[in-house]
Write a protein that binds this ligand. Sequence first.
Ligand SMILES: [Zn+2]
Length: 318
Amino acid sequence: MGAPGSSAPQAPDRALPVGTPYLPSGKVSPGGVLVLFGLGGALAWLVGVVCGLFTDFIWDFWVFPLVCAFGTAFAAIVGIRAGKCRNQAVAAAAALWCVACTYGEIHRLKNDAYRSDLRATLIKDKQATPETAEAVSHAKILAEAGSDDFGSLVRLRARRGLQATSRRSKDGKWTVLSGWGAYLYWIVETGLGALLALFLAVNFAREPFCEACGRWYEKLEGWGIRPEKQDALGRALAGKDFAGIHKLVEDRPGAKDLKIEECPRCPEGPLAVSFELPRPSWKGLRATTAFQEFLQREDAQRLRTTLPGLRKQAKPPV
Ligand SMILES: [Zn+2]
């Protein structure tokens, strides 16, 4: 992508031809749902273990939610790919399930950490045996929280507050968020994870998939779009007129301007073709998918024979 104002095409609101994008079938097998929830949930739980045990010591308070969010979203994506889920509603449910696994485990571990902290202080203070310390700490938790269950301990930890900085301030105090501050922090933390996981899950369930042989499409690389030829290329693809297409694109190893995806096992199957345009936005130039076309059999074959370099990339059937 070019720097703003350099060689990037100046095309703020150009009306590109409307293509026919790939539409997901919405299918997912019962086994796929098991894999999606099982594998995704297990990975998300692992993310929760890692974040719950280590992040306080390694990462800053403000970095922690981001690491958790990306970890949770990653777990959901792995589940979607492995479970071959093309259903966006199921993918969204799985993303929320992953959020529950990650953040539930984090809070469970923090609850446990609070219990063992309490035992440790009691052992130090009273020269008690582990058994009496256990009994005393349990009684103390009951007195403080009313009950020893998950929710009561979360409420207790909220009352006691979260340490919001990794260093003491100049007067030697920690910044602590307590009560509503703690809940707000947890809501933002979990909300961030939920938004990222939902967004990525729904998008990954829309990725092109070969219904004929049950495989996700793979991206092929190597085409650049010639300067200012996006319009013409979009028209040619939408109109299935591939005769002059070699004048609009260049066969260039490593180029990703034109995204072509195909099933790794079906060299005669449909092709998903798309490209992005850098468009101006409040953050400067942002790439958005500008054109998508899902070419069915004969059209896909015609593009394969016309587009330089495409034919040799197709793998032989196994
Ligand atoms: Zn296939």
